[in-house]
Ligand binder design. Structure first.
Ligand code: SF4
Length: 325
């Protein structure tokens, strides 16, 4: 049975305000919508506390992208005492470390100085490339310009941050776009050595969105994409699939070796209709091993800051996986 890794996390949807309007997104809300949100420190602390009690190691912070560019959002931040979402996130990452969970933040497009602020307080970070092609679903989305996303992933490498990226399959990209996306990720990793995992994520249509009636990719198409990713990407880059979005069995046979974050406490806020599989059931298809949000090879190479080192040491075993008691 192949060894497959996962991390035990809590999902913290810090805000669903976003400057982009992707045609497939069911997460984003407009300011003024009753479900529009910026979580308070108290709400974040309550989620982290549930994660600690459930034995998690990771606090996964997710966002809409650059929400401060949306009129009205800055007022929300100012009420909490912050000028930017990154400054607020830094404080929440510190809180998470103090409480015992390793932060993994996915704030979208970032500049170098923003990575410098976040690096000491994150075990790893992420940004989906999604696609290196120009597609209709991203029309009018400044942050979905492939060059912007590639630049952010490149800056993460230059900042020495263990990084997660990936492609979203079935959003209108061509087969050539998929190949090129994986080649771009390979080249970024060959330059900086920072890509720890690549998610091959299947698009699932969301009700009420422009792409609600689109046909999602089937298992055959996903299996072929995972096989192709395994051929293109260097062997030290893990291939992740999402076991709440697709049955992972066949994809593991094609080379997927990681199942990402599985949460005992929180739902997948991006795909709220897809519940997590239970871990004992997954053990029937793979030899599961729990990891931290930072992969073992980056722990061995000490790709982390002094600020986060004590918690990484406390949570990891001699091989750099999650310590079991
Ligand atoms: S960037 Fe993310 S949160 Fe924003 S609209 Fe696109 S998919 Fe939704």
């Amino acid at each position: 049975m192949p060894q497959v890794t996962f991390s035990r996390n809590v999902f913290i949807p810090l805000t669903n305000i976003c400057r982009n309007k992707c045609s497939y997104c069911g997460f984003r809300r407009d300011i003024g919508h009753p479900e529009a949100k910026l979580l308070s420190p108290g709400e974040v602390s309550e989620i982290i506390s549930r994660g600690v009690n459930a034995g998690c190691s990771e606090a996964l912070f997710t966002f809409g992208e650059r929400p401060q560019e949306v009129p009205g959002f800055k007022l929300w931040l100012e009420k909490l005492g912050y000028d930017t979402i990154v400054d607020y996130l830094v404080e929440l990452c510190k809180l998470s470390i103090d409480m015992g969970l390793l932060p993994h933040s996915n704030p979208g497009i970032l500049e170098r100085r923003e990575f410098e602020k976040l690096r000491p307080y994150n075990a790893s970070m992420g940004l989906m490339l999604e696609t290196a092609g120009s597609i209709r679903a991203h029309n009018g989305c400044a942050g979905k310009a492939p060059a912007e996303r590639i630049k952010t992933i490149e800056l993460a490498g230059e900042s020495g941050i263990p990084f997660t990226t990936g492609i979203l399959v079935g959003i209108g990209e061509t087969q050539d776009d998929r190949v090129r996306s994986l080649q771009v990720i390979r080249d970024l990793h060959e330059k900086s050595g920072h890509i720890q995992e690549v998610i091959i994520q299947n698009f699932l249509p969301k009700p009420g969105t422009e792409m609600a009636s689109w046909q999602p990719p089937g298992i055959r198409e996903m299996a072929e994409t995972v096989s192709m990713a395994r051929r293109i990407l260097p062997s030290d880059v893990a291939i992740q699939v999402s076991p709440n979005l697709i049955d992972p069995k066949e994809l593991i046979e094609c080379g997927a070796c990681d199942l990402g974050g599985i949460s005992p406490e929180t739902i997948d806020y991006i795909n709220p209709e897809c519940s997590w599989p239970n871990i004992p059931e997954l053990k029937a298809v793979a030899d599961l091993r729990e990891r931290l949000p930072i992969y073992p090879q980056y722990i061995k190479r000490k790709w982390y800051s002094e600020e986060i080192a004590p918690l990484i040491h406390r949570l990891s075993d001699a091989e750099g996986f999650r310590k079991t008691y």
